[in-house]
Design a protein around this ligand. Structure first.
Ligand SMILES: [Zn+2]
Length: 161
């Protein structure tokens, strides 16, 4: 079934946010508010946290309920530096077992996350669901970007697990 209306939602949250029930409940509520729309779930492709919860929703909504839901992932390119990178050494050693900065080089650019967030917000959305934890600088930054772009940001409280 093809839907005419499209509702884009950006899910942004801590990589340590693992309360998937809350993330999925927020998306289910949005789906019920727009039952005839195609729901496009935008997220930053972090292997853990709120991004993972959002991907789980997309998979389950399609496979188990046949909902018109699709994902629009924005992965960060942790290997590459950007034009906004400082001239001094700023790359961070990639420690063994680091799964949240995937790449092939021995170091990653910490600016890749903010650059990804800017692209994700610039692509536009109708609403953002935010799941920050106290330490979530990146998420707070993404929330500011979204608000500045005129995207309504709904902040959800949640617990670190
Ligand atoms: Zn860099």
């Amino acid at each position: 079934m093809t839907s005419l209306e499209v509702v884009r939602v950006i899910v942004m949250g801590s990589r340590e946010y693992e309360d998937c029930d809350t993330v999925i409940r927020g998306l289910v509520r949005l789906r019920y508010a727009h039952p005839r729309a195609r729901l496009v779930v935008v997220q930053g492709e972090c292997p853990t946290g709120a991004d993972r919860c959002a991907r789980t929703f997309v998979t389950q909504a399609r496979a188990r309920f046949g909902w018109d839901v699709e994902g629009d992932p924005f992965a960060a390119d942790w290997d590459s530096c950007g034009d906004d990178c400082p001239p001094y050494p700023h790359r961070v050693p990639r420690l063994p077992g680091d799964v949240v900065h995937p790449g092939v080089l021995p170091t990653y650019c910490p600016g890749a996350g903010p650059r990804r967030n800017a692209r994700m917000v610039a692509a536009g959305a109708d609403v953002a669901h935010a799941y920050p934890l106290a330490t979530s600088r990146g998420t707070r930054n993404c929330m500011r970007l979204a608000r500045a772009a005129g995207i309504r940001v709904e902040e959800f409280a949640g617990a670190r697990t």
